[in-house]
Design a protein around this ligand. Structure first.
Ligand code: SF4
Length: 408
C-alpha cells in the first residue's frame, strides 16, 4: 500500500507546440536521464536522446560544460522529441549560453556556483524566459560552510543548501523551481528528501547519486527512490547508473509502472517536435497516426518524423517510422528505409507496416524492403540538404550570441 502523493506546486518544462512535461501537482511522475555523449557531438547526442525517449524517458539532461556544448544545444534542442535540461556546474555564463541555445530548463549545483550575483543573474534570465531551474544539491559537492555549520553532510545540511539557493532566487522573485538533495548514501538521501518534503512545497526530483553499475546501482536507486515514492514523495526521478543511460530510463519507467504511478505502454507513438527542416505538418500526421493505431493494441514504437534528412537516423531505435520529404513519406523499420509512399498515404503505410511487423516480425519486413527505396530516400535527403542548407534551424545565429555571452 502506498501513501497518497504529496501535493506540490507544478512547474512545466518546455512549452507547446514543442515538447512539454509538467512536473509536480497532479502531473504523472516523470522519468529523467542524462546523455553520456559529448553535447558538442550533435548527432551522437540526438541519437541517444531518441533512444532514451524510446525507453520511456520524459526529460533528458545534457551537460553544458563548455562553449561547444552550448553551441551543440542550439542544434539539439529544436530536434529533440523531449524537453532538454542543461546541466551547469561552476560557470554561470554557460547557464546563460544554454538558455540562449533554447534549452527548456536548467540544473544548477549550488555547491559549485556560489557567487550570489552569478546565481541571481542566471535566475533573472530564467525568469525573463519563463524557464524552470532545478536546484540540484549533491552531498559530494556541498558548500563547505554549510557542512561545517551542520556538523557534516547531514539531511539538514543538504536541505539548508537548497534553502540558501531558494533565498537568492526569492530576492529577484523567481520560484519556478524543482529541487533535489541527492546522496550516494541511500539512508542519508531518504532522510534528506523526507525533511525537504516537510520544508518546501516545490516539486522534488529524486535520485541516488553515483549509484554505480547494475545490479548494485539498480538496487540502491530502487531502495531510495522507491521508498520515497511509496511514501508519496517525489515528482520526477532519475536512476544514476554507471551504464548506458537507456538502462536508467528503462529502470525508472519500470519502477513507476510497478508502483502504479505510470500506465503500462502499448503503442508508443513518438514524434519529432518539428523544426526548420520539417517537410510536413508533424502534429497533424502524428495525431492521424495516433487515431489510426491507438486502438489496435500494437506494442510497437512508431515514430513520425518531419524530415528524411534526420528522421530515420534520429529515430533508428523505433520499430518503425515515417519521415517526410518532397511530398513523400519514407517508411523506415529500425532506421532502414523500406518503402517510399505519397505523402497522403503516410498514415496508411504506417498502419499496414505495423500489421506486417506484428504478423511476420521486423526482420521479415526489412528483408522485403522495396528495391531502390533506400536510394530514393538518400537522394531526397541530399536534395533537401542542398536546398535548405546545413543550418535550417538558424543555430548559427544562436551560436554567435553564445560566443558573445561566453566570451564576455
Ligand atoms: Fe529532426 Fe527533421 Fe523533425 Fe527537425 S524536422 S526535428 S531535423 S526529424
Amino acid at each position: 500500500m502506498t501513501s497518497p502523493r504529496r501535493r506540490t506546486r507544478q512547474v512545466v518544462v518546455g512549452r507547446p507546440p514543442g515538447p512539454s512535461v509538467a512536473v509536480g501537482g497532479d502531473a504523472p511522475v516523470s522519468v529523467q536521464s542524462m546523455t553520456t555523449t559529448k553535447t558538442a557531438d550533435v548527432d551522437a547526442t540526438l541519437t541517444q536522446i531518441y533512444a532514451l525517449a524510446a525507453a520511456g524517458c520524459d526529460i533528458v539532461r545534457c551537460t553544458c560544460n563548455e562553449e561547444a556544448a552550448a553551441e551543440g544545444l542550439a542544434q539539439i534542442v529544436p530536434r529533440s522529441p523531449v524537453p532538454i535540461i542543461a546541466d551547469i556546474h561552476f560557470q554561470y555564463r554557460l547557464a546563460l549560453a544554454a538558455m540562449e541555445a533554447g534549452v527548456q530548463g536548467l540544473r544548477l549545483n549550488p555547491g559549485n556556483i556560489r557567487k550570489p550575483a552569478h546565481i541571481k543573474a542566471v535566475a533573472q534570465e530564467a525568469k525573463d524566459r519563463g524557464l524552470p531551474i532545478r536546484i540540484g544539491v549533491n552531498a559530494g559537492s556541498l558548500d563547505p560552510d554549510i557542512a561545517e555549520a551542520h556538523g557534516g553532510i547531514t539531511p539538514e545540511a543538504l536541505v539548508a543548501s537548497a534553502q540558501r539557493e531558494l533565498a537568492y532566487f526569492a530576492e529577484i522573485g523567481f520560484d519556478d523551481v524543482k529541487i533535489s538533495v541527492k546522496a550516494s548514501n541511500v539512508a542519508l538521501m531518504i532522510d534528506a528528501y523526507r525533511l525537504l518534503a516537510d520544508t518546501v512545497d516545490h516539486p522534488l526530483h529524486l535520485g541516488v547519486t553515483e549509484a554505480g553499475p547494475p545490479p548494485a546501482g539498480l538496487v540502491k536507486s530502487t531502495a531510495g527512490i522507491g521508498t520515497l515514492l511509496a511514501e508519496g514523495i517525489g515528482d520526477t526521478i532519475r536512476y544514476s547508473l554507471t551504464a548506458d543511460p537507456v538502462e536508467e530510463a528503462r529502470a525508472g519507467r519500470t519502477l513507476l509502472e510497478a508502483l502504479g504511478l505510470r500506465e503500462r505502454k502499448g503503442l508508443d507513438l513518438i514524434a519529432c517536435p518539428s523544426c526548420g527542416r520539417a517537410e510536413v505538418d508533424v502534429i497533424k500526421v502524428a495525431n492521424d497516426a495516433m487515431a489510426a493505431l491507438g486502438d489496435r493494441n500494437i506494442p510497437l514504437q512508431v515514430a513520425v518524423m518531419g524530415c528524411v534528412v534526420n528522421g530515420p537516423g534520429e529515430a533508428r531505435e523505433a520499430d518503425l517510422g515515417i519521415a517526410a520529404g518532397r511530398g513523400k513519406g519514407h517508411l523506415f523499420v529500425k532506421g532502414q528505409v523500406v518503402r517510399v509512399v505519397p505523402e497522403a498515404d503516410m498514415v496508411d503505410a504506417l498502419v499496414a507496416t505495423a500489421e506486417q511487423i506484428m504478423e511476420d516480425g521486423i526482420d521479415a519486413v526489412i528483408a522485403r524492403a522495396d528495391v531502390g527505396a533506400a536510394a530514393e530516400a538518400e537522394a531526397t535527403r541530399v536534395e533537401l540538404l542542398a536546398t535548405q542548407g546545413v543550418d535550417a534551424n538558424h543555430a548559427d545565429e544562436k551560436i554567435e550570441k553564445i560566443r558573445e555571452l561566453a566570451g564576455e
